[in-house]
Design a binder for this molecule. Sequence first.
Ligand SMILES: Cc1cc2nc3c(=O)[nH]c(=O)nc-3n(C[C@H](O)[C@H](O)[C@H](O)COP(=O)(O)O)c2cc1C
Length: 397
Amino acid sequence: MLRYLTAGESHGPGLIVIVEGVPAGLPVSEEYVARQLARRQRGYGSGGRMKIEKDRAAIRGGVRHGMTLGSPVSMWIENLDFANWTEAMSIAPAPEGADRKVHTHVVPGHADFPGALKYAHHDLRNVLERASARETTARVAAAAIARRLCEEIGIEVHAHVASIGDAVAERQGRSLPDWDAVDESEVRAATDEADHAFKQRIDQAKANRTTVGGVMEVVATGVPVGLGSHVQWDRKLDGRLAQAMMSINAVKGVEIGSGFANTRLPGREVHDVIVPDPDDPRRFRHLSNHAGGIEGGMTNGEPVIVRVAVKPIATMTKPLPSVDINTGEVVEAAYHRSDVCQVPRACPIGEAMMALTLADALLEKFGGDSMAEIGRNYRAYIASLARFGNPNNPVTP
Ligand SMILES: Cc1cc2nc3c(=O)[nH]c(=O)nc-3n(C[C@H](O)[C@H](O)[C@H](O)COP(=O)(O)O)c2cc1C
């Protein structure tokens, strides 16, 4: 089982993550983690914070001479912005007269209203500091380890933006985007037309002093058949992926494959026909992939596709009417430096949650304490699939 815990506030000294369950013998480097963190920081429509932070995770345990040891991997990511917040975010009581950057004007759609009432905070900063998507930096660092594990099995994880506001650029059929082109695009669009349309919607939102959301599509290729299970509710991989994606800040909807569109089609046009294919390790393949690579809570060997709805950011330069949490006075919602559209930047976070979920499922299926052991289990399983769909190798009772 792969577990991880993050800690740290958005403007505090930094973020910590501990990843437990990583097998020994996995090649890992700070440079690899840094590349993943840098991908999270790019994106048209980002606010000023991303210009301040140059994220780098220092590995503090669990790795020796470039290889994991099997012990927990711990990482520390400094918040460079903390230099501007030493008094407001001081761990020790702030000195008399210090600028504590207290704020009390609720932002509708953010975590501050329920968080203040639940935790008995009269300064909304005490909620926002942790509710901020800055926390996902630590998840992306943890996921870099998971991604390395997935890569060893041949799994690649990517994401692109499928829509921003009413600008929709869906993939056609089974074709997947050119991922290098997606990486080049500031809005993580698969085509030049989509790049242009998405930027236009973001510029429009900015001009109107509002924000705009969208849909990202997270895709894992090279996933073996049989990760997850149908036998118990909490082992179903679609359920685990949905929870992982839903836990990303501002995510309000998840579909596996073309889940919602499938509801408008007859069954004959929805289900993915299976045909023999001696060249496939499964000795079968599907003619389409509306199921998004998961049937019965298990991967079926097709690309795993999860589509994720990201709401528009709650903090806006022209704020909504709101309330002061302490006085009850009617006020304008607070405005703090904020993004106009976070959907492109949500993509590496979606990839992170996919990699963490798949790595956990891989360990469950091929479990071992070292990469050598996992490799043996994986190869033996793939070889065993040749017993299916093969008249020369009949199943013996
Ligand atoms: C990459 C990313 C960046 C975000 N940036 C902001 C931001 O600048 N301002 C903001 O109000 N919300 C931002 N959010 C969303 C909030 O963190 C989120 O809406 C808030 O925590 C309330 O939680 P919920 O929307 O999941 O219910 C961002 C989310 C993501 C994924």
